[in-house]
Design a protein around this ligand. Structure first.
Ligand SMILES: C[S@@+](CC[C@H](N)C(=O)[O-])C[C@H]1O[C@@H](n2cnc3c(N)ncnc32)[C@H](O)[C@@H]1O
Length: 253
């Protein structure tokens, strides 16, 4: 039995707040720093020599068949937004060689980590957008993405920063355009208040549905969802993690 999303929203919050309007949440910077430690010579080489070859050129139109970004071309493309240390991105790329992965991450260290794995493991099915995912979403062809992952987005815990949270009705609107009917959108969080933000955002976007029928659907991490650095940190620090799976509905509503 599927419960309406509104039941879940009330289940996770005594007093659900009104969702922020898209204009309040759209396009505020949703990430922290872009640079961390000084890069090693190897990391610098990867960023200057290898990144240009795997970076989609947003100044040119996207290929009509998105799988043509890869050589050889691939028929299905999955997207990861905010891949951090790239643990999940690389795991999916290695376990699904027939799928093209696009990872978005503005933090340079994370991009360098992904590039090291791409080079060492010879992964031809990875493309990297080293910047804000929302620019890539506007570039992608309609209905071109078969799966999207947003794992442990920055929590922005202070009340005055909450409008920087990546997941909003605005972002879901962009995703609804580029995801195929039936495509899965996986989201992980370890912050109860962010869970509420997520469920309220989905309530406002009828092009996605949540098929959860009971707590086991969001308490247990699926076998094909490897642990990320932030998830491991949450578990170490005793926080419960929520593993959410939404689907792009057929048609436009
Ligand atoms: C809390 S970290 C989680 C990283 C990783 N997914 C994990 O679970 O370990 C969130 C990541 O999302 C990235 N991020 C935030 N806003 C983004 C955006 N608009 N586009 C792409 N990445 C973004 C941040 O740079 C950061 O690395």
């Amino acid at each position: 039995m599927e419960l309406p999303l509104s039941n879940w929203v009330s289940a996770v919050s005594d007093t659900p707040k009104q969702p922020m309007t898209p204009t309040e949440t759209s396009e505020l910077r949703s990430f922290g720093r872009r640079r961390g430690r000084v890069l090693s010579p190897r990391q610098q080489r990867l960023l200057s020599d290898v990144l240009p070859a795997v970076r989609p050129q947003l100044t040119h139109p996207a290929p009509e068949q998105l799988g043509n970004l890869y050589n050889p071309p691939l028929s299905e493309v999955w997207l990861e937004i905010g891949f951090g240390g790239a643990e999940h991105l690389i795991w999916q790329a290695e376990h699904n060689p027939a799928i093209g992965m696009i990872g978005c991450e503005p933090f340079e260290d994370g991009v360098a980590k992904a590039l090291i794995a791409v080079e060492e493991r010879g992964l031809a099915n990875v493309r990297l957008h080293p910047d804000d995912a929302r620019d890539l979403l506007r570039w992608l062809p309609a209905a071109s993405i078969a799966r999207t992952f947003i794992l442990f987005p920055d929590p922005w815990p202070k009340k005055r920063h909450a409008k920087r949270r990546l997941i909003s009705p605005h972002l879901l609107g962009l995703l609804a355009e580029v995801m195929r009917p039936g495509a899965e959108l996986r989201i992980g969080t370890d912050i109860g208040d962010y869970l509420r933000t997520i469920l309220i955002a989905f309530q406002a976007e009828p092009r996605f549905c949540w098929r959860a029928s009971g707590p086991a659907d969001w308490r247990e991490r699926p076998a094909d969802w490897p642990a990320t650095r932030y998830q491991q940190k949450a578990v170490r620090e005793g926080r419960r993690c929520y593993y959410l799976s939404f689907h792009r509905v057929d048609g436009n509503g």
